[in-house]
Design a protein around this ligand. Structure first.
Ligand code: ATP
Length: 283
């Protein structure tokens, strides 16, 4: 496959069902092209990575998929439906959830309440029920608490339910944030630098967790991550951005061997240099 062809949107794989298709996605901030003509195709069950140096445009892509930013141009189809420019809560209801670079929890609430709140849109009572704390309200609250507790057990956080969220170790806060994102029962999960700030043991546990939730919740996952160990260790396919554009796509092995990617991370001329060193070592 020529380089030009490989940088275009990968065509729908014949053995899978496409869940996300992005074409021509562009975002301008004043004169700055933060994202330019970005494309991506994900099939159900994919676990893909989106990488690139700082400022490459990765989070801006996530912000457009989740409705935080309205694209300047382009199309984002989720399960065949155009979602570009829809409100974030609408996109979330349709089945796309995310986590953030900086963990976002209700840090002064308990672990249980953090998940209960995430479940709340599913609570089946009206405002009047809530104001008067009637029987329907109480029954729904009981069910909500039970469901949240079951959910915490899946994430091995059941013993932490009464802890204040900000007092959890960092790795557990990240797990709680992912649990909150999944309470909305998404089909596509976007993880923005989930391993940032984690120690090596927490990072290994996170990699296991990502594999586990993909199976358990039947998810498709797109992951932004700077820790190459995580990206190369768990992603089956990777898209690389630099200066707002896709510069490479491929398997972890293909990406690691791609001179354009090496140059994007290490600067011009570095690919030739690293090839020279590689040859020397093999002589
Ligand atoms: N709201 C905004 N207004 C103006 N410029 C923005 C805005 N958001 C992002 N940018 C700019 O767009 C470019 C892409 O930023 P983005 O955060 O998407 O990069 P990134 O690849 O996620 O970087 P990092 O890995 O450092 O998080 C950067 O130059 C950034 O400064």
């Amino acid at each position: 496959m020529s380089e030009q062809t490989s940088l275009q949107t990968p065509s729908t794989k014949t053995n899978g069902q496409e869940i996300l298709r992005i074409e021509g996605l562009t975002k301008l901030f004043g004169g700055l092209k933060a994202v330019n003509n970005f494309s991506l195709s994900l099939n159900k069950g994919d676990l893909n990575g989106l990488i690139g140096p700082n400022g490459a445009g990765k989070t801006t892509v996530f912000n457009m998929i989740t409705g935080v930013y309205v694209p300047t141009a382009g199309s984002i189809r989720f399960n065949g439906q155009e979602i570009a420019g829809l409100e974030p809560h609408k996109i979330n209801q349709m089945g796309i959830a995310r986590t953030f670079q900086n963990i976002r929890l209700f840090s002064n609430l308990t672990v249980l309440d953090n998940v209960r709140i995430a479940y709340h849109p599913h609570a089946g009572y009206s405002l009047t029920d809530a104001i008067f704390h009637n029987a329907r309200y109480k029954e729904n609250e009981r069910i909500l608490t039970e469901r949240a507790q079951e959910f915490l057990a899946v994430f091995n956080l059941q013993d932490r339910q009464d802890e204040i969220a900000k007092n959890l170790p960092y790795g557990e806060q990240r797990r709680l944030e992912i649990a909150r994102a999944l309470a909305a029962e998404p089909k596509l999960l976007l993880l923005d630098e989930p391993a940032a700030g984690m120690n090596p043991a927490e990072t290994v546990a996170l990699m296991d967790l990502i594999h586990f939730i993909r199976e358990r919740f039947d998810l498709t996952i797109l992951l932004i991550e700077h820790q190459m160990r995580v990206v190369m260790g768990i992603c089956e396919y990777i898209t690389v951005m630099d200066f707002g554009e896709v510069i490479a796509r491929g398997t972890p092995a293909e990406i690691q061997a791609n001179p354009r990617v090496v140059e994007a991370y290490l600067g011009p001329g570095s690919a030739a240099l690293s090839e020279k060193f590689r040859r020397k070592r093999t002589l």
